[in-house]
Design a protein around this ligand. Sequence first.
Ligand code: NAD
Length: 257
Amino acid sequence: MQKHVDLAGKRGLVVGVANVHSIAAGCARAFCGAGAEVAITYRSDTSKPFIQPVVDELSVPLFLPCEVREPGQLETVFEAIDKTWGRLDFLLHSIAFAPREDLHTSVVNSSAEGFALAMDISCHSFLRMAKLSRPLMAEGGSLMTVSYFGADRVVEDYNLMGPVKAALEASVRYAAADLAKDNIRVFALSAGPIKTRAASGIAHFDELIDRVRERTPSHQLVSIEEVGRIAAFLASEAASPMSGSVIYADNSFHLMA
Ligand code: NAD
C-alpha cells in the first residue's frame, strides 16, 4: 500500500470493526499500511468470525472482547494494552447503536431509555475510552470518533442519532480543550454515507445514498479506504496543530445548500 502518512512505531486501538466493510476496518488497514500496529476489539463471540479476516490480514497482536455496556470490559482492554505495549498512541472509536423502535420514529417519540442507551454506547463510551487512554498517552496521542452530517442538519430518517452525534461532536470539542495540556488531540471524522451493517439499520438508507450522490458536487460517495487515509493522517504527527475539529470526509456534501 502507498504510504500517505508515517505511523511507524505507533500503536493504536481500533474499536468498532464488525466485518471487512466497517469504517473501522478501512481505518485499521490505513493505520497498518502507514506502519502502525493496532489492537482490535470484538463485541461478542458471534461477531468474532466476521472480524477475524481483518485481524489475520493485519497480523493484529491483540484481539480483545469489548462490549462497552459490559462493566469492566473496557478497563480490561486498556489493561491488556498497558501490559503488552505499555503505551497507546491513538484510538479510533467507531461504534454506534440505537434501539430500532426509537430510531425508526420521530425524535419526539423516542423513549428516555432508548435515548439514554444510544447516548451511552455512541457518545459517552468515547469519553470513557478517552479517560482510559490518558494514562497510556504520556507522550501525547490522538483520539478519533466517527460522526455524521445528521449532527449538523436534519437528515430524514436519521432521527434520534442526530442529537446523539451532535453530543458526540460537542464532546470532542470539550475533550480537546481538556486534554490539550496532555498533548492529546481529539477529532470527529464526519463520514458521508457508506453501506455498512450499522447503516442498514437506518430506514430508506439506499434512498439516502442516492440523494447524497446526486447532491455531492463530484457525485462521488466516499469509501472506507478514503476515510481510513484521513484517520491515519489525524493519528499522525502531521496533524499536530489540529484538535477539537469535525473533519468532513464527504466529498464536500456538507457545503451544499
Ligand atoms: P458497522 O456496523 O460496521 O460498525 C458499528 C460498530 O459498532 C460494530 O462493530 C458494532 O459491534 C459496534 N457496537 C455497537 N454497539 C456496541 C457496543 N455496545 N459495544 C461495543 N461495540 C458496539 O458500521 P459503521 O458504519 O462502520 O459504523 C461505525 C461508526 O461510523 C458509527 O459511529 C456510525 O454512526 C458512524 N458513521 C457511519 C456512516 C455510514 O454511512 N456507514 C456515516 C457516518 C458515520
